[in-house]
Ligand binder design. Structure first.
Ligand code: AMP
Ligand code: ZN
Length: 471
């Protein structure tokens, strides 16, 4: 297998990816809090994770990808204060929390699919794993990491020596800079809620009984509990947006490692933010840009995907319609070029196999900390190349598209071959591939199938072929 390098937030270095089990990658990505639609910034994070997964698949890994759906316990502030985002969504929409969760989970899946993001192997909802979360609090309690205050059970971060290591948190500095705490009962500024008690005077829609009292889990707990449930105590990759480094992921590590006594995750990858011209995009402020708004304005979801491909995942993107327009032009030119080449490729040459140099360069780029921006540039080089046959070009870019995810395979040719139905041209393409791979009996079978459907393939001695309809 070729080497893959990732920038690991844990070490602040690019490191070679060495999986725990050969040929396999276990990957956990923090999913949406389903109290509202995803904004186009959130979608950038899921897109980056999709590229990561596609690169692993491209390199032949079997990927087990787990994504959580947060449907409880994520409070408005990261300080464990304020309203539960789900209860807030419920009040806003006049529906039950469960209905809200169902509705926005479906909306999320639709957005993901529009952007051609491969769904995870498993989606897991926080509310389906309450028992596992309670067990984790019990485990932390037994090991002396917890304490109880008026509003819940908290994690004592001073008991975990490596607390804040990944985020390079200056714990001493934090203590000195400590102003009036919102919650004065907390022992340390960085302590966080594992289990919050339901308010005495109020019945929550989502609450569960525990040995400590009725309530609901702290937000960070679900990710430690569910990732361990599906991927084991120690797994390969964990990712999310860059904002998760100092609090959410720092707390996930503290919970998991304190409980299991093992290293939690080998590679932590974080995607930079997409920001609007006038600043941060915030879901909780409820004025944000959704994918649907872009669609309503006439942009296609894949144009947005192309826009995201133009910047490396560790760089900020400033969103503006001007920038999106530039991406749209680039995308449309690319598609136009592919249509022409596809039309030409049906009367083209059988691939000559001199595609290796491009293939190697592409793989090297995407394996170098997911440099798909360079990968996209190589795709353009292929399309503009004067030496390669059209059939070679199509083979190459279809292969690149396993990583880019721009849907090249479904682009229809534009030109004389347009009259040949798509399923026939697909079979013809498969036949070229089979020949290139020296699978001659498969190539013969495909020719027979094409003949059986009323079309004829004629090869000439120069390696060209044409498809014609049988009279
Ligand atoms: P949430 O639904 O708020 O839990 O966020 C879902 C994902 O989106 C998380 O991985 C966040 O880190 C990420 N995220 C939030 N805002 C942005 C943004 N403006 N740009 C990129 N990713 C973001
Ligand atoms: Zn998480």
């Amino acid at each position: 297998m070729e080497k893959i390098y990732f920038y690991n937030t844990l070490t602040r270095k690019k490191e070679e990816f060495i999986p725990i089990a050969e040929g396999k990658a276990g990957m956990y990505t923090c999913g949406p809090t389903v109290y509202n639609y995803a904004h186009i910034g959130n979608l950038r994070s899921y897109f980056f994770e999709d590229i990561l997964k596609r690169v692993l698949l491209y390199n032949g890994y079997k990927v087990n990808h787990i994504m959580n759906i947060t449907d409880v316990g994520h409070l408005i502030s990261d300080e464990d204060e304020g309203e539960d985002k789900m209860e807030k969504g419920s009040a806003r929409e006049g529906k039950s929390v469960w209905e809200i969760a169902e509705f926005f989970t479906e909306a999320f899946k639709k957005d993901i699919s529009l952007l051609n993001i491969i769904p995870p192997t498993v989606y897991c909802r926080a509310t389906d794993f309450i028992q596992e979360q309670i067990e984790m609090v019990k485990c932390l309690e037994a090991k002396g990491f917890t304490y109880k205050i008026t509003d819940g059970i908290y994690y004592d971060t001073s008991k975990f020596p490596d607390y804040g290591k990944m985020a390079l948190l200056d714990i001493e500095g934090l203590k000195e800079g400590q102003r009036v705490e919102i919650n004065e009962e907390k022992r340390n500024k960085t302590d966080f809620a594992l289990w919050k008690f339901s308010p005495k005077d109020e019945q929550r829609q989502m609450e569960w009984d525990t040995p400590w009292g009725r309530g609901f889990p702290g937000w960070h707990l679900e990710c430690s509990a569910m990732s361990i449930k599906y991927l084991g105590n120690h797994f390969d990759i964990h990712c999310g947006g860059i904002d998760h480094v100092p609090i959410h992921h720092t707390n996930e590590i503290a919970q998991a490692e304190a409980c299991t006594g093992e290293k939690f995750v080998n590679y932590w990858l974080h995607g930079e933010f997409l920001i609007e011209e006038n600043g941060k995009m915030s879901k909780s402020k409820e004025e944000f840009l959704r994918l649907q708004k872009l669609i309503d304005k006439g942009y296609s979801p894949l144009e947005y995907r192309y826009f995201l491909l133009m910047t490396h995942y560790r760089k900020k993107i400033k969103f503006s319609y001007g920038n999106l327009d530039a991406a749209r032009n680039g995308y449309r030119n690319l598609i136009g070029r592919i249509k022409e080449i596809k039309a030409d490729s049906y009367a083209g040459r059988i691939p000559t196999g001199d595609t290796e140099e491009f293939e190697t360069r592409f793989r090297k780029s995407v394996n170098d900390d997911l440099n798909v921006t360079e990968g996209l540039a190589i795709c353009w080089e292929v399309l503009k190349d004067n030496e390669l046959s059209s059939a070679d070009k199509i083979l190459l870019i279809n292969n690149f598209d396993k990583v880019l995810g721009l849907g090249f395979a479904s682009i229809k040719p534009e030109g004389p071959a347009e009259k040949i139905p798509e399923e026939i041209t697909k079979l013809a393409e498969q036949r070229i591939q089979a020949k290139a791979e020296k699978k001659f009996s498969e190539a013969d079978r495909l020719r027979d199938e094409i003949t059986g459907r009323g079309y004829k393939i004629t090869d000439d001695k120069n390696g060209k072929y044409t498809i014609t309809k049988n009279p």
